[in-house]
Ligand binder design. Sequence first.
Ligand code: 5GP
Ligand code: ZN
Length: 119
Amino acid sequence: MSSADCLFCKIVAGELPAEIIYESESVIAFRDINAKAPTHALIIPRQHIATINDIGEGDEATVGHLYMAAKAIAAEEGLADDGYRVVMNCNEAAGQTVFHIHLHLLGGRTMGWPPWPPG
Ligand code: 5GP
Ligand code: ZN
């Protein structure tokens, strides 16, 4: 299933360019166009799922594969030992702007916690 006007479905279909760094049967990953860390990859299912709220029965393996990809990319980029962050935003209050689920993989710098400014 895909959504005709979805940016990330277009990247999956090869209709929009992206720097793809990982591909498997169910998942692809590419570099974020507006990187917030030396490594900032977006890991997405080939299947269109709009938000975490839309993950359904039967999608468990696909969602698990997002994490397997994160682990593989982190190792490939030399981040495994120092550490990295994997995060998925859900809906506007969390900052989701592209409505095709994606794991952000961020690494190569120290990150604060919690991930919002004080106040
Ligand atoms: P969100 O805010 O939904 O959690 O994350 C969306 C991410 O997609 C942002 O970090 C943004 O920089 C990235 N992004 C938006 N449009 C494009 C694009 O056309 N290509 C790539 N590679 N990344 C994009
Ligand atoms: Zn999509």
